[in-house]
Design a protein around this ligand. Structure first.
Ligand SMILES: C[S@@+](CC[C@H](N)C(=O)[O-])C[C@H]1O[C@@H](n2cnc3c(N)ncnc32)[C@H](O)[C@@H]1O
Length: 236
């Protein structure tokens, strides 16, 4: 059974170069070999889950006038964030994730032992570079530890499409590793890049958002990339 919503408005893959198709293909292969567990989602650092979710909860709590109806978890993996952060706060949470074995696991993982919370909504098994949300649908679009898997062109066009997918009160949230240097660093193993904070800020602004809150995640071990949370509102 396909988990993909047949009513979804999708964007046809644009004319990507061989190098871009390669970049996405290698990431797919990398993730297809990763266990569908919290530890797998966190690159073997499963103990970060609690600190990460605590940091995100505090960040969300401080956002004024946040709608509580519909959230979207982008690059959700098995739904670690959906289950622990979004479902307890939103009536419905949807997922977009490119790996079918992760989305299959997400359906079980997000609902087991999670009774007094909102519901799991649509699960879209597809790449973010091909996903277009329905206009005005989401109060929060959460993107964490996935945007480094998008090319520069696709990052900008993804942000633009997400802007259109936000409700009147909606926020785009970006939580990503950033480099301490001022250059983009490549990871050939998982086929991703780590960008400087300024690169994210510039793309977010170019896509028609203003950044209303920017906080560095605290209490992560030394030796990891700094992680920033950015709350973004569409400009008028
Ligand atoms: C580091 S894991 C993070 C998962 C989840 N965001 C979390 O924090 O628990 C990265 C996830 O991004 C997914 N991913 C990689 N490239 C993607 C793409 N182009 N579109 C959607 N998901 C992608 C992977 O399959 C994997 O589930």
């Amino acid at each position: 059974m396909s988990l993909q919503n047949v009513n979804l408005v999708t964007q046809q893959p644009e004319n990507r170069t061989t190098a871009e198709n390669d970049f996405y293909g290698k990431a797919q292969k990398y993730w297809s070999e990763v266990p569908a567990t919290v530890n797998g989602m966190l690159g073997g650092l499963g103990y970060l889950n609690k600190i990460d979710i605590q940091g995100s909860s505090i960040f969300l709590k401080d956002i004024k006038d946040l709608g509580k109806n519909h959230a979207l978890d982008c690059g959700a993996g098995i739904g670690r964030i959906t289950k622990n952060l979004l479902m307890p706060r939103f009536n419905t949470t949807d997922i977009v994730e490119q790996d079918a074995s992760f989305t299959g696991r997400a359906r079980e993982y997000c609902t087991e032992g999670n009774e007094h919370v909102g519901s799991l909504g649509e699960i879209y098994t597809m790449g973010l570079q091909e996903f277009t949300p329905s206009p005005g649908k989401y109060d929060v679009i959460w993107c964490q530890w996935v945007l480094g898997h998008l090319t520069e062109n696709d990052l900008l066009s993804f942000f633009r499409r997400m802007r259109n997918g936000l409700s009147n009160k909606g926020y785009l949230i970006v939580k990503e590793n950033v480099t301490s240097s001022s250059v983009v660093e490549e990871d050939k193993q998982d086929s991703s890049v780590t960008r400087p904070l300024k690169t994210y800020e510039a793309a977010i602004k170019e896509a028609g958002f203003r950044i209303v809150k920017s906080v560095r995640q605290q209490s992560f071990p030394k030796g990891l990339y700094p992680v920033y949370m950015l709350a973004c509102r569409p400009t008028q």
